[in-house]
Design a protein around this ligand. Structure first.
Ligand SMILES: [Zn+2]
Ligand SMILES: [Zn+2]
Length: 331
């Protein structure tokens, strides 16, 4: 089968013919219908993920069709996968908080990922896609919409609260704006890109252009979802009211540091929540929002595996809004 592999640490990806995986008992084999590109792929290619095995199939976001399985998931069913395989047995797994599994293995890290025609997944990673949810909406639910849903759950968001989303024109931001609105928040979108204003206007009435936004927000935000990182975190913290919560999901430049003044965090009673993943229940909740028409994936383009270079260039160009998808069986 065709797959996008990373042969060794820090090396570029390659499209190759690899052996189709043979299912072992307890695993589920899926045909990949859609996979999604993510900034995490770029960080993985740069070698920032120390647990990656090599060679590894890249990609951690997919919706697929079950083609071989032992039971719970039936042949023909559509499923999405969490970004990791939890062991299903530790205290976090038992309490339904499997994203904090003590023994989790990551797809595209210790396990092969999803930029391939077929993939092998653990059943404890899978979530069924409900009727009426499009493949485009399903594929973004583990790493984007469900992840944001989980971040707002962890931040204890209440309806009517003010949520600021930085990097709102990005692949995560444009969905964070929708998820927060769907949960009843008042949303302010922040973007540094004038070109993104029009698209954002479809989802949110209050958009701030530029890098200084705390004063415009009035320093009254209950929650900030920061999808950018070091370029925005200072203004994000300043935007928060006394007792506000920062959900930090973005880190565009992992080599740059931010000097956090603890006195500021302490005296302002702030919560800083580092956040990356989602439980299956969060993914289900995000797909439910799609089924209810409250959330719709914004897609920048869909490419075949042999168009992977093009797909990455669209991801990097930031000229288009939305997620970049792969369709391994695209004609
Ligand atoms: Zn991702
Ligand atoms: Zn576990």
């Amino acid at each position: 089968m065709k797959a996008v592999i990373v042969p060794s640490k820090g090396s570029s990806y390659r499209l190759e013919q690899v052996k189709e995986p043979v299912r072992e008992k307890g695993q589920v084999k899926v045909k990949v219908l859609r996979a999604a590109l993510c900034y995490r792929d770029l960080l993985q290619l740069k070698g920032f993920y120390p647990r990656m095995k090599y060679p590894v199939i890249l990609g951690h976001e997919m919706v697929g069709e079950v083609i071989e399985s032992d039971g719970e998931f039936k042949v023909g069913e559509k499923v999405v996968s969490t970004l990791y395989a939890a062991d299903g047995s530790c205290r976090f797994c038992i309490s339904g908080d499997e994203s904090h599994c003590l023994n989790r293995l990551g797809y595209s890290e210790e396990l092969d990922g999803f930029f391939s025609e077929y993939a092998m997944v653990r059943p404890q990673s899978l979530v069924k896609v409900p009727e009426g949810v499009r493949e485009e909406d399903a594929v973004i639910s583990p790493c984007v919409s469900g992840m944001i849903y989980a971040g707002l759950r962890r931040a204890g968001l209440k309806p009517g609260e003010l949520v600021v989303v930085t990097g709102a024109g990005g692949g995560v931001g444009v969905h964070a704006v929708q998820v927060a609105s769907a949960l009843g928040a008042k949303v302010v979108a922040v973007t540094s890109d004038k070109e993104k204003l029009e698209v954002l206007g479809k989802y949110v009435s209050n958009v701030i252009l530029g890098s200084k936004f705390a004063d415009q927000v009035g320093r009254e935000a209950d929650v900030v979802i920061d999808t950018v990182g070091t370029p925005t975190i200072d203004e994000s913290l300043r935007s928060l009211r006394q007792g506000g919560r920062l959900v930090q999901v973005g880190n565009v430049d992992p080599t740059s540091k931010y000097e956090l003044r603890l006195g500021y965090v302490i005296l302002k009673d702030l919560q800083v929540i580092g956040h990356a993943s989602a439980n299956r229940s969060d993914i289900e909740a995000a797909m439910r929002l799609c089924a209810e028409g409250k959330l719709r994936a914004v897609i920048a383009g869909i490419y075949g595996l042999d168009e992977i270079d093009r797909a990455f260039s669209v991801l990097l160009s930031r000229s288009r809004v939305g997620k970049v998808l792969l369709s391994p069986f695209k004609e």
